[in-house]
Design a protein around this ligand. Structure first.
Ligand SMILES: NC(=O)c1ccc[n+]([C@@H]2O[C@H](COP(=O)([O-])OP(=O)(O)OC[C@H]3O[C@@H](n4cnc5c(N)ncnc54)[C@H](O)[C@@H]3O)[C@@H](O)[C@H]2O)c1
Length: 249
């Protein structure tokens, strides 16, 4: 299936590694030019170089999505390199897990800010250009944790908020040729998770709660994002696609 992404330019935030990097590789393999952007500048450069070495089109740009000036610079670099921005994947995110009474304000703020303020800044930076061309795709990476996980009041709030943001913005943009959707991953085996000392325990616990027998891979999310970014998904907006191996809640 041709996803129709050959002439498209995609920004993927938090794409130095993990789900973001795999999504960027997937979109690049479909022919899109990709902007690898992350707080981790050298990781972003490295991922972009690997895509270029595999005959893709990519640039690496450092950006803290919480910072509006950084975001504007990053989107400017995308336009300069590739002429515009058609697809935005708001993937940057992090966890700072603690039960509520042990959670400090900084743990609350950083998780909410990277997820919600970051998405706010990035959408505001790309939408004027998308409105001009009359075509755009925004895909926000939420999480099954939006249903609530103990130790994650900050993360669950951020991801549930992102779903509300997705619906509200989809309604604002629907008549302008721009779709806004979310993908909510369940447990996904990233390199970072694999590096954790208690990884096997986390993995087996997550697998036991899945309806399917296996754990999700970054490519499972990349494929869902690429579909929502494609022309084939033009009639889908404001939805959240759960890529969770059948686990809800
Ligand atoms: N791995 C999973 O099981 C899983 C499950 C559900 C949802 N998710 C979501 O998927 C997304 C990617 O997760 P991942 O597992 O690949 O995580 P990851 O930690 O491997 O990658 C996240 C990237 O975001 C970057 N980042 C963090 N703060 C940033 C900021 N302020 N500005 C720019 N970049 C920043 C990090 O440097 C990192 O490279 C996240 O939004 C996460 O919440 C992951």
């Amino acid at each position: 299936m041709d996803l129709g992404l050959k002439e498209r330019v995609a920004i993927i935030t938090g794409s130095a590694r993990g789900i973001g990097a795999e999504t960027a590789r997937f979109l690049a393999a479909e022919g899109a030019a990709v902007v690898i952007t992350d707080l981790d500048a050298s990781g972003a450069e490295q991922t972009a170089s690997e895509i270029v070495a595999a005959s893709g089109r990519a640039i690496g740009v450092r950006c803290d999505v919480r910072n509006e000036d950084d975001v504007k610079r990053m989107v400017g670099a995308a336009r300069e390199a590739f002429g515009g921005v058609d697809v935005l994947v708001n993937n940057a995110g992090l966890v700072k897990d603690r039960t509520l009474l042990k959670m400090d304000e900084a743990d609350w703020d950083i998780v909410i800010d990277v997820t919600l303020k970051g998405t706010f800044h990035c959408c505001r930076a790309v939408l004027p250009g998308m409105n001009e061309t009359g075509w755009g795709r925004i895909v926000n990476i939420a999480s099954r944790a939006l249903f609530g996980n103990p130790g994650q009041t900050n993360y669950s709030s951020a991801k549930a908020g992102l779903v509300g943001f997705t619906r509200a913005l989809s309604l604002e943009q629907a008549r302008k040729g721009i779709t806004v959707n979310a993908v909510a991953p369940g447990f996904i085996e990233t390199e970072y998770l694999k590096s954790l000392p208690n990884y096997e325990t986390i993995r087996e616990g997550a697998k036991a709660k899945n309806a399917v027998t296996f754990a999700g891979q970054p490519a499972d999310i990349a494929g869902a994002v690429a579909f929502l970014a494609s022309e084939h998904a033009r009639y889908i907006t404001g939805t959240t696609l759960f890529v969770t191996g059948g686990r809800y809640g």
